[in-house]
Design a protein around this ligand. Structure first.
Ligand SMILES: [Zn+2]
Length: 190
């Protein structure tokens, strides 16, 4: 019998020692408002109230030998979520897929984590006895939220073509930017 692991208070050392896997999904359709409680910071990024549709994650842990040290805990995390955000092309809500896949290595203390994080491809974190894996899932998703969210295909007509047409139609004289500045200064003086 494998022990039951609680992702919010995970004994990572034991989890890694048995090469544990954990899958989770929090879905508004089945779990209701629970998703807003469990992932409150991510839910706050939604452009509509109670919009975060689901959070899905898969964690896989292992112990790896380390040179001159105890074997280290490594965790691979694969996370995804569906979050309504305002599309920056058509300015209507878009259900944006947010996802991330990452390796994490766990070390004994903050000082080691800071030094080794800078020189490692994987993220280096501090091992705590009861690790909150759900908070890490949420951190990962928050860092993966796009800065400029967009629909793949906008559901409404977008006006960029009109703007482009105006731009092309207008006779443009090539003026050196500083010459332009000089002209502007003269016109504001006069
Ligand atoms: Zn759009």
């Amino acid at each position: 019998m494998s022990p039951k692991f609680n992702p919010a208070q995970l004994n990572l050392q034991a989890f890694a020692a048995m090469s544990g896997h954990l899958d989770g999904r929090c879905d508004r359709a089945t779990d209701g408002a629970e998703i807003d409680k469990t992932f409150a910071r991510l839910a706050a990024e939604s452009c509509v109230p109670h919009g975060l549709a689901h959070v899905t994650w898969h964690a896989q842990a292992e112990l790896r030998d380390a040179v001159g040290a105890e074997p280290q805990v490594w965790v691979h995390l694969d996370v995804s979520a569906a979050l309504p955000m305002i599309c920056q092309r058509c300015m209507t809500p878009a259900l944006v897929d947010v996802s991330s896949q990452h390796w994490f290595r766990f070390v004994a203390d903050e000082a080691t984590a800071e030094v080794e994080d800078d020189t490692s491809d994987e993220d280096v974190l501090v091992l705590t006895p009861r690790y909150d894996l759900l908070a890490l899932v949420e951190d990962e998703l928050l860092m993966s939220v796009p800065l400029v969210p967009m629909h793949e295909n906008c559901p409404v007509p977008v006006l960029t073509q009109v703007a482009d047409k105006d731009f092309v139609d207008e006779p443009v004289e090539r003026v050196h930017p500083f010459a332009d500045l000089k002209l502007k200064m003269q016109s504001s003086e006069g």
